[in-house]
Ligand binder design. Structure first.
Ligand code: HEC
Length: 145
């Protein structure tokens, strides 16, 4: 019994040490947002507001980095999502020729692929009702055409 308890304790200590060590890895710590260069010609403030709620954390230079995005391994995931999301589509660098084909954009929203499921669990405000989804799609179609 004593042996088992010491083993469990050792295991816990190892986990704590490992958790501490991964905090030293520099990857994902740079949370400086690049400047906002140019946005789409939004058809209404409502369209921008919906996009901001559901897409901007990963597809703009206005990413909000909550405290837990400083803690590995969450920091790695948040950083990777933001960097690869911006590469695909960046509402803050609209003139840079990075914009995705409008149909593809709309279909990711219709199919519920974007915003990603895992993200919505942590960010309930990013969850769009069916009416809001439709409003965002209509608004994007007018704004990005
Ligand atoms: C949690 C971060 C995150 C959020 C929020 C998010 N995306 Fe993405 N998105 C990504 C990442 C990462 C990629 C690139 C890799 C991939 O395809 O999964 C991507 C890719 C895309 C693509 C390229 C096609 C594709 O599927 O690869 C489109 C279009 C897109 N997102 C639209 C949106 C729209 C519209 C919203 C808001 C309704 C949104 N995204 C919200 C992270 C995000």
């Amino acid at each position: 019994m004593k042996k088992l308890i010491s083993l469990i304790l050792l295991g816990l200590i190892a986990v704590v040490i490992l958790f501490g060590l991964i905090q030293l890895i520099p990857y994902g710590k740079n949370h400086t947002n690049p400047p906002v260069l140019a946005e789409p010609n939004w058809d209404s403030p409502q369209t921008r507001e919906l996009a901001k709620r559901a897409c901007f954390d990963c597809h703009s230079n206005e990413t909000v980095w909550p405290w837990y995005t400083n803690i590995a391994p969450v920091s790695w995931l948040a950083y990777n999502d933001t960097i690869s999301g911006r590469k695909e589509l960046n509402f803050s660098e609209w003139t840079s020729g990075r914009q995705k084909d409008l149909n593809e954009l709309v279909s990711t929203i219709e199919k519920g692929e974007m915003p990603p499921f895992i993200y919505v669990i942590q960010h309930p405000q990013a969850k769009l009702s069916p009416a809001e989804k439709q409003a965002l799609i209509d608004g994007l179609q007018k704004s990005l055409r």
